[in-house]
Every structure is written in C-alpha cells, then in structure tokens.
Design a protein around this ligand. Structure first.
Ligand SMILES: O=C1C[C@@](O)(C(=O)O)C[C@@H](O)[C@@H]1O
Length: 255
C-alpha cells in the first residue's frame, strides 16, 4: 500500500493521522476552530460545509475554501457536504450537490473532497474525474447509522469505491455490540491485505465502535476522526487522548 502524501502529512504511514471536523457557520468561526486544532496537534481538518452559511452559494463556498486553505499551509483540508441520511445537517438535490462540489474543487484550494456514494456511480465518477483534474484527492464515503453490515459486504463496497477512483475509500457504520466492531476491523484488515492500492478510512461509530478509531495502524485504517470540542459523530475520541493512545500503540507495534 502506497501512502498518500499531502502537504506535510503522510497518510498511510505510521500511526493513523487525526482529523477533526470544522462545523462553524461563519468563516471567522471556522478559522478559530482551525487555530484551536493546530494548537492541539491535529493533522488534518474536515470543513463540514453543511454547517456553513455559504452552503447554498457555490461561489461563496469556493471563496471560503481559499481562506481556510490559507490557514493550513502544512495540514490537509478535506471538503465535505454531509447529507442528512449520512449524518449531516441537510439534504440537497444531486445536481446542487455536484455543482457545489465542482465549484469548490475548481477553486483548487482544498486537498481532498468527500463524495457520498448515495448520489450514484455516474455522479461519483464525474466528481472523482473533476477532483483528479484539479489535483484534489477523492474520498468516496458511505455511512450507516442503523448497524454494521457483514464483512464481505463492506469489503465489496470498499473495493467498488476504489474501482470508482477513490484515493481513500471510507466507511462509517454503527456498532451496537463489540462483535460489530470486530466485523468492521475484519473488513478493514481484509481490504488492506488483499485489495487496497492506497490508504483506507474506516470506523465503527458509537461507544462499542470507539476502539476501531484507535486501532487503525494494526488493522489498516490510516485516518481517524476525533473530537476537538464537539464530536461530529458518536464514539469519537478526544483528539489529545487519541493522539496519546495511538502514539503508545505505535511504540508497542514497533517493538
Ligand atoms: O465521515 C465522517 C466520519 C464521521 O461520521 C465519524 O464517524 O467520525 C464524522 C463526520 O464528520 C465525517 O464526515
């Protein structure tokens, strides 16, 4: 598996890299969150545009992406519109979703873009091609808040995302039992060992899934979403605690 190097961060090498969500309505608020994250040693930032006052204005969102990227000369910036069914704040028609993502990609300020699978393979491929044409890495994502599908189903989905051109295939499922966490880890391990061409991003949400957010170095998940002040999904671990635990695990694994 080849690491994905973006700015000063090598994703897929060593301990998983931390990422926190920026969930502010205004640019000033987002910049303050980024400052707070940088001070806490966060590696990557996810701008959750579904919280932004610019969400219905692609040109304003593109401009905001430039301002946020300027605050991050060394750390990757992921752009995400998260739909309601996937755990986000609102839902927009696919055409509006594609137009918003294209406007921000074409501004060439962001480093990665999150593309939700529910929009369908044709729209996913269209956005992946647009991202690659502008030097932006594609994270193709799937969320399931109802439960954890079988290992084989998750491996098939991760493989399909990769076939669609994803630089980072990503799945988040809900763990209701510790066995669900094991299922997600087994899918991640199998995908990493047999099929992955680059880094993966997988997690089980909820209290019983938290362990999957910390153990990625061994099982094959290269990035982990953490809580800065507020969590953006259930089961996220505080970023300082996650960094400590993952640094300790990295040391143990190196022995
Ligand atoms: O896709 C993800 C992962 C996530 O849902 C989590 O479970 O940590 C949090 C979201 O902000 C992010 O967009």
């Amino acid at each position: 598996m080849k690491p994905l190097v973006i700015k000063d961060v090598s994703i897929g090498e060593g301990a998983p890299k931390t990422i926190v969500s920026v969930m502010d309505a205004t640019t000033e608020g987002a910049l303050a969150t980024i400052d707070q994250g940088l001070a806490a040693g966060v590696d990557c930032f996810e701008w959750r545009v579904d919280f932004s006052e610019n969400v219905h204005d692609p040109a304003a969102a593109a401009e905001e992406s430039r301002v946020l990227a300027q605050a991050l000369p060394k750390n990757p910036l992921l752009f995400t519109f998260r739909s309601t069914s996937q755990g986000g704040q609102l839902t927009i028609p696919v055409e509006e979703y594609v137009a918003l993502n294209k406007a921000v990609i074409e501004a060439e300020a962001i480093d990665m873009v999150d593309i939700e699978t529910w929009i369908g393979d044709a729209a996913v491929s269209d956005l992946v091609a647009c991202a690659h044409a502008h030097g932006v890495a594609a994270v193709v994502s799937y969320h399931n808040f109802a439960g954890t599908p079988s290992k084989d189903w998750m491996v098939a989905l991760l493989t399909h995302m990769q076939d669609l051109g994803a630089d980072i295939p990503k799945i988040a499922v809900m763990a209701k039992t510790p066995a669900d966490a094991l299922e997600l880890l087994a899918a991640t391990e199998e995908m990493a060992r047999l099929h992955a061409q680059g880094p993966l991003l997988t997690m089980a949400m909820g209290r019983d899934g938290s362990i999957t957010r910390l153990a990625g170095e061994l099982f094959g998940s290269a990035l982990t979403f953490c809580a800065l002040e507020n969590a953006s999904a259930p089961g996220q671990v505080d970023v300082s605690q996650a960094r400590r635990i993952m640094a300790d695990l990295h040391e143990v694994l190196g022995k």
